[in-house]
Design a protein around this ligand. Structure first.
Ligand SMILES: [Zn+2]
Length: 147
């Protein structure tokens, strides 16, 4: 996947670049790129505003993907200049809730390294029954014991 990984990193770098907004606000300091299971690439940039407003570059790329009626991510990367940034907790959770198959997507965390989203988000709460069944520790068809 090295060539595909490099292309996705370059797609994220191509959209990354700071755009000054009013006051101390800015956009584009982080760029993200997603390659979907269908092979399409979607990109996005962050918007950094005050009062907790704004959003991550990954979210912008996810919105582009969903606009095109796709939800399954094959690989994702975020960059700030030459740095490759792992997704924040909110973005990890967003990808996992969007499509259960995204737990197996590849998250690029370095020029030569990627990990699964599941590695970054182990024992996901929406995946817990399946995980328990795989471990032989429970039966999702049976009600859980009361606390
Ligand atoms: Zn994020």
């Amino acid at each position: 996947m090295n060539e595909a990984r490099s292309r996705l990193i370059e797609a994220a770098r191509a959209v990354c670049g700071v755009l000054k907004l009013r006051d101390e606000f800015s956009a584009g300091g982080v760029g993200a790129a997603i390659r979907t299971a269908r092979g399409n690439v979607y990109t996005g940039v962050c918007i950094d505003l005050g009062s907790g407003l704004g959003f991550c570059a990954e979210v912008a790329a996810i919105a582009e993907m969903v606009k095109n009626r796709e939800t399954q991510i094959a690989a994702v990367v975020a960059v700030s200049g030459r740095r490759i940034l792992p997704p924040c907790g909110r973005c990890r959770e967003t990808m996992a809730q969007l499509d259960a198959r995204n737990l197996d997507c590849r998250v690029i965390v370095g020029e030569d390294r990627d990990v699964s989203l599941r590695e970054l988000l182990p024992r996901h709460w929406l995946d817990e029954d399946r995980h328990t069944e795989q471990q032989g520790g429970g039966d999702a068809s049976k009600p859980r014991a009361s606390p």
